[in-house]
Design a binder for this molecule. Sequence first.
Ligand SMILES: Cc1cc2nc3c(=O)[nH]c(=O)nc-3n(C[C@H](O)[C@H](O)[C@H](O)COP(=O)(O)O)c2cc1C
Length: 193
Amino acid sequence: MTYPNPFTQFQEWLKKAEDLGIPYPNAMTVSTLDENGWPDSRILLLKECDEDGFVFFTNKQSVKGHQLNNCPRAALVFYWKELGLQVRVQGTVEDTSDDESDAYFATRPRLSQIGAWASLQSSPLNDRPFLEKRVEEFEARFHGKPVARPPYWGGYRLIPHKIEFWTEQPFRLHDRLIYKLEEGEWGVTRVYP
Ligand SMILES: Cc1cc2nc3c(=O)[nH]c(=O)nc-3n(C[C@H](O)[C@H](O)[C@H](O)COP(=O)(O)O)c2cc1C
């Protein structure tokens, strides 16, 4: 069945992956561009997806944070091998609101919240004990208190203009449907595998 709306299709596939009980069904490769135009990719977890876009959370002073600040464009890839399904997404990236970042931060386990303060994500770390010492320092700082969200930690929302759904088929005759946003409407085209 071809849905007129790619978000309905995406949510259906993500739910199928979640129902399988596989680890990290929401894991996705996120590609950004560095200041020399080199693509850079890493795995992140998708935390929300609706018609507004695809949301993930991270340290905004990390390498990806600087890259997104310089060039707010990204691509995502999901692959669920047990289902033979792949989704590719391309779009522009915006910061989530402070309220949204606060709300998600508040749901994280306390030690992950402390970790967000302790980790200077993507910066050089000479030795592990230094990280452990920072964890202890922030545990002491927030002892008996809720852990506030670090000002440099929050969410990004990728607002897609292109989403491809790939379904594995026998003899590599896979099925590919590409949704593109044109003048505010999603159009869909089937392409050769
Ligand atoms: C399964 C998995 C899930 C991950 N989820 C996140 C995430 O949601 N946010 C995050 O900042 N890093 C996450 N990471 C770590 C990133 O892959 C990456 O190492 C980190 O964000 C630093 O990337 P950067 O140096 O390009 O900024 C995850 C890694 C794996 C393997």
